[in-house]
Write a protein that binds this ligand. Structure first.
Ligand SMILES: *Cc1c(COP(=O)(O)O)cnc(C)c1O
Ligand code: SF4
Length: 342
């Protein structure tokens, strides 16, 4: 709104930096299932939309991701990943609240180390999208968030362990932090001489490609370490022209792009869907890395694909695709020294 009188005297008015455009896309993300389904011309009642599931883990989905959903298709593989439904509220034995042992692997506030040589930094609890099958849907981010001005203990823990040569920026989604915050974080990491690699785990290039802007590319391009950038896409339909452009920019910084996917019933549990995902990822400059069996947390049982079927899918994928297009099929077991191949 334009006001007739200035709100502050000119000498006092600090001119704020204009907010990056991606933050506008962030604010415009859909949060209301009724609005989402109206856009897709679908009936909420017919889909079993659940207010309890919504209250447990809110809906959040960026508009550019919604634009890649097919209107009128209640089985759309992208829609299924984000829509809160009543099946999430069924209590299923064997599905817990800390399935991956994050509690036990905590090295310092915000630092999780399970495997030799690499430490995972929980930089934030925020994500641009809320994936219903996420193992972190019950994670206590308020307590475990290294970004809440207590990066110091995390940095001290990494600095004190010369065996750690790789730091993984994770979360939540690390790219939900503003770029100057990320730069602050990497500036602190640069003071740790034994780091050899930086890894970034982010779903943002896929779900909100606007995030890959000039400022982010500048930051990435000037990091002193080789960077592995691990995106997360589960279906070929998640790729589109704007995603391709964002990935091309990331690749031009010299980062190695990898994809991790989760094997999900009703989303990608067919050889055709998995092959299309690998081929589409590679066309965008991204190598398949992991295909995860989902972590068994409460609320996700209806997404689970049994181990026998998962192995059969993986074998069929190997018989169909070039070796480098076949991701490793793994499961995370608390206490193991690496992800466990199935
Ligand atoms: C999955 C994971 C890693 C990364 O494992 P890689 O096999 O190197 O990809 C690192 N730390 C934690 C805590 C993890 O859960
Ligand atoms: S983007 Fe990743 S961390 Fe965030 S909700 Fe989805 S799966 Fe979970």
């Amino acid at each position: 709104m334009i006001t007739a009188a200035p709100l502050a005297t000119p000498e006092k008015a600090a001119i704020p930096e204009p907010a990056p455009r991606w933050q506008q896309a962030w604010r415009q993300a859909l949060r209301d299932p009724v609005e989402l389904l109206a856009l897709l011309q679908l009936d909420p009642a017919a889909l079993g939309v659940s207010s309890d599931a919504l209250a447990q883990f809110p809906l959040r989905v960026p508009r550019s991701f919604v634009a890649r959903m097919r209107a009128g298709d209640r089985n759309d593989p992208l829609l299924r990943q984000v829509l809160p439904i009543d099946r999430e509220m069924q209590v299923v034995p064997g599905f817990s609240f800390d399935a991956v042992g994050d509690g036990a692997a905590r090295k310092a506030t915000g630092v999780i180390q399970k495997y030799r040589g690499r430490a995972l930094l929980v930089t934030t609890g925020s994500c641009a999208i809320h994936c219903r099958y996420c193992f972190r849907r019950h994670f206590d981010y308020a307590a475990e968030n290294a970004s809440r001005d207590h990066w110091q203990p995390a940095m001290a823990a990494i600095a004190a362990d010369p065996d750690i040569d790789e730091v993984i920026l994770s979360g939540g989604d690390p790219l939900s932090l503003a770029t100057p915050k990320l730069a602050e974080l990497t500036d602190a990491l640069m003071r740790i001489p034994h780091l050899r690699r930086l890894r970034i785990h982010s779903r943002l290039p896929v779900v909100m490609p606007e995030r890959i802007d000039d400022e982010l590319i500048q930051w990435l391009g000037h990091l002193p370490w080789p960077v592995a950038f691990v995106i997360h896409a589960n279906h070929a339909n998640e790729f589109a022209a704007d995603v391709d452009a964002a990935l091309a920019r990331l690749r031009n910084t010299g980062a190695q792009l990898l994809n991790q996917a989760v094997l999900l019933r009703g989303v990608n549990d067919s050889v055709d869907a998995l092959a299309a995902l690998s081929e589409r990822s590679f066309a965008a400059g991204v190598l398949p890395y992991y295909l995860h069996q989902l972590d068994r947390v409460q609320g996700v049982a209806h997404f689970e694909v049994g181990d026998a079927q998962a192995q059969a899918l993986h074998a069929a994928l190997m018989a169909r695709l070039s070796g480098y297009l076949v991701p490793r099929l793994v499961r995370e077991i608390a206490g193991d020294s690496s992800k466990r191949p199935l």
